[in-house]
Design a protein around this ligand. Structure first.
Ligand SMILES: [Zn+2]
Length: 305
C-alpha cells in the first residue's frame, strides 16, 4: 500500500509524533486586530492552552516516557515563558510556527522572511538555539518558504500533506525533510467551536475523534507510515479529551513496535538513512507551478464565471 515504506528504527512498524501547536491568543489578535482585547471569552478559551493544557500534556508525556514536539509562534513564547520552560524541562522540542501566526502565502517574500527571522531571534534568546523545524501557520506554506527555510538552516518542515512517509522538498536553493500530516489528524475539524472565529464543528464525544485518529494509526502501523497529530492545547488539552488521548496512547503502547519521537529526531533519522543509502526518500520539487496555469487564463471567459 505504501510504495516505499521507511525502515523505522528497532523494527518499529511506524513512527508516531503527537505535535501540539500552541497558538494561544495569537490567532485572535491576527483575526481581529482592533477588537481582540475586547473578546475576553475567546481569549480565555485560547489562554487555557498555555496556562492549563500545556502543563497537563507535559505530565501526560512524562507518564508514558515520551518526548514530543510543540510548535510555537515566537510571540507566544514571549507572552507565555512559563509554558516554554515547562516544555523544555520535559525534554520536548519547540519548533517555529511563525511570529504572530502570520500566513506566509499571503505575504510578499521579504515580509515572510522578516517574521521568520524575528521568530528565530526569539528562539535564540529564549532557548539558546535556533529552531530546527517549521510548520507554516494554518498550513499556509508559501512559494518562498522553502528558500527561506534552507537559507536559515532549517532541517525539516511539517506543513504539507503530500505523502504517508517523510519525503524531501527541493528547489534550486536546497532541500529540507518534509514530515507530512493530514486534516484527519488535525483537531480543528473535530473540536473547534467559536463564534469569534466563525468556526463551528458539532460538539461530539472525544472518543469519536479518537476513533479517526486510531484508524489512521492502525493503517500507518500496518504499512510502515508516519502518524503526526496536528493538535492544539486549547482544543485537545481540555480535560475529557485528554482522558481520551491517554487511552489512545495506552492503545498505541500496548500494540507495540511503535517509534514515538520528536520531529527533529525523525528528520535526523531520515537524513541519516538517505546519506547511508539505506532508504531513498521521494523528492518533491518546488514550486509545483511557476504561476496560474495558462490553460485557465485562455479559458477564463467560460470556465471562471
Ligand atoms: Zn497554528
Amino acid at each position: 500500500m505504501i510504495a516505499n515504506p521507511v525502515p523505522w528504527p528497532n523494527g518499529a512498524r511506524c513512527a508516531v509524533a503527537f505535535t501540539f501547536d500552541m497558538d494561544a491568543d495569537s490567532i485572535l489578535h491576527l483575526a481581529h486586530h482592533t477588537s481582540a482585547d475586547t473578546r475576553l471569552a475567546a481569549m480565555s478559551m485560547l489562554r487555557y492552552g498555555p496556562e492549563i493544557a500545556v502543563p497537563r500534556l507535559v505530565e501526560l508525556y512524562q507518564r508514558f516516557g515520551m518526548h514530543q514536539t510543540f510548535f510555537l509562534p515566537a510571540w507566544c513564547m514571549e507572552r507565555y515563558p512559563a509554558a516554554v520552560e515547562v516544555i523544555l524541562q520535559g525534554g520536548h522540542e519547540i519548533a517555529h510556527h511563525g511570529y504572530l501566526h502570520e500566513h506566509p502565502n499571503e505575504l510578499p517574500s521579504e515580509e515572510g522572511l522578516y517574521w521568520l527571522q524575528r521568530g528565530i531571534d526569539v528562539f535564540v534568546t529564549m532557548t539558546g538555539e535556533r529552531p530546527r523545524g517549521f510548520r507554516a501557520p494554518t498550513y499556509k506554506f508559501s512559494r518562498h518558504t522553502l528558500t527561506h527555510l534552507v537559507n536559515e538552516g532549517f532541517v525539516y518542515d511539517a506543513s504539507l500533506m503530500g505523502d504517508d512517509v517523510p519525503y524531501l522538498l527541493e528547489n534550486a536553493t536546497g532541500q529540507v525533510v518534509e514530515l507530512p500530516s493530514h486534516y484527519a489528524l488535525d483537531d480543528w475539524p473535530h473540536f473547534m467551536a467559536s463564534r469569534d472565529f466563525n468556526y463551528f464543528m458539532s460538539i461530539k464525544a472525544p472518543r469519536q475523534a479518537m476513533e479517526v485518529y486510531a484508524a489512521e494509526f492502525d493503517a500507518m502501523w500496518e504499512y510502515g507510515g508516519l502518524w503526526i497529530a496536528v493538535w492544539h492545547p486549547f482544543l485537545s488539552g481540555r480535560l475529557a479529551r485528554c482522558v481520551a488521548i491517554a487511552e489512545l496512547m495506552e492503545y498505541m503502547h500496548k500494540k507495540g513496535q511503535v517509534w514515538f519521537a520528536r520531529l527533529d529526531e525523525i528528520a535526523a533519522y531520515v537524513q541519516q538513512l538517505a546519506q547511508a543509502g539505506t532508504w531513498t526518500p521521494r523528492v518533491d520539487r518546488l514550486p509545483y507551478y511557476p504561476g496560474p496555469i495558462p490553460e485557465l487564463g485562455e479559458a477564463e471567459p467560460t470556465l471562471a464565471r
